[in-house]
Design a protein around this ligand. Structure first.
Ligand code: NAP
Length: 251
């Protein structure tokens, strides 16, 4: 059974791997045997170091994913260094908070560009490589706001709803080509992304009270789902958005 989840010899490209959920997923994939290409605008030195301690290969790839121009150079660099990409984890993302009546075009474009536009073109570029090889795993990081509306985060909600739709579209187009495209929808996880919510006493209490598990998630809580979706254990799972949310959506 363990062989189903074995990622030995696989290469995973993880965006935003320096911290938070990206770091948690990169370490879990490495523990399952994968080599890690860590891409982002900040060097992922701590992640790369921990992956190497596990005995896997890992390198940093500098990429500002706020614009599509970063995509092809990144993919070319990773292929040049590792020779292949078996797993793509589209994790890099940002959030901007303001009331809908005050929300600016800049806050709209910044979030949509990073969370949705670049994500699609990274799927496209890596997808071409995977299609040529006849196999591959793509894991997009969605959100509770792929399913719900949220409040004061209009571009984030639009982007993460879009991630859900794109995940299904790409699964439809590429399932017969040997590629599995799925998403993980994290619940409320303690990272930089949620620091403002954690620091707001009232919102923090409201969130905690609504989570059946009774606690915020830790980035390591996403590891098992990521390894499942990256491994042959999920070879017949397509276009699925897997909530890892301590029961938030069940409430
Ligand atoms: P985080 O700690 O803020 O991490 C976000 C990551 O994305 C960082 O590595 C960040 O790099 C990177 N990034 C942002 N803009 C980038 C850009 N232009 N180019 C390259 N990298 C960029 O937050 P997180 O919670 O781990 O978020 C990871 C993903 O999970 C995001 O897609 C987020 O929307 C999603 N998510 C989070 C939660 C949660 O509760 N935390 C819930 C649902 C979904 P820097 O460190 O350089 O900024």
């Amino acid at each position: 059974m363990a062989g189903l989840f074995d990622l030995s010899g696989k290469v995973a490209l993880v965006t935003g791997a320096n911290t938070g959920i990206g770091q948690g997923i990169a370490l879990a994939l490495a523990e399952a045997g994968a080599d890690i290409a860590a891409a982002g605008r900040s060097a992922a030195d701590a992640t790369v170091g921990k992956v190497r301690v596990l005995g896997r290969k890992s390198e940093n790839f500098a990429a500002d994913l706020s614009s599509v121009g970063a995509v092809q150079p990144l993919v070319d660099s990773v292929l040049g260094e590792f020779g292949r990409i078996d797993i793509l984890v589209n994790n890099a993302g940002i959030i901007r908070r303001a009331d809908a009546v005050d929300f600016t075009e800049e806050d709209w474009d910044a979030v949509m560009d990073t969370n949705l536009k670049t994500l699609f073109f990274l799927c496209q570029s890596v997808g071409r490589h995977m299609i040529a090889r006849g196999s591959g795993k793509i894991i997009n990081i969605a959100s509770m706001l792929t399913f719900q509306g949220g409040i004061r985060v209009p571009s984030y909600t639009a982007s993460k709803s879009g991630v859900g739709g794109l995940t299904k579209l790409l699964a439809n187009e590429w399932a017969a080509k040997g590629i599995q495209v799925n998403a993980i929808a994290p619940g409320y996880i303690e990272t930089n992304n949620t620091a403002a919510l954690q620091g707001d006493e009232m919102r923090n209490r409201q969130i905690m009270e609504r989570i059946p598990a009774g606690r915020w998630g830790d980035p390591s809580d996403l590891g098992g789902a990521a390894v499942f979706l990256a491994s042959s254990a999920s070879n017949y799972v397509q276009g699925h958005i897997l909530a890892v949310d301590g029961g938030w959506l069940a409430r």
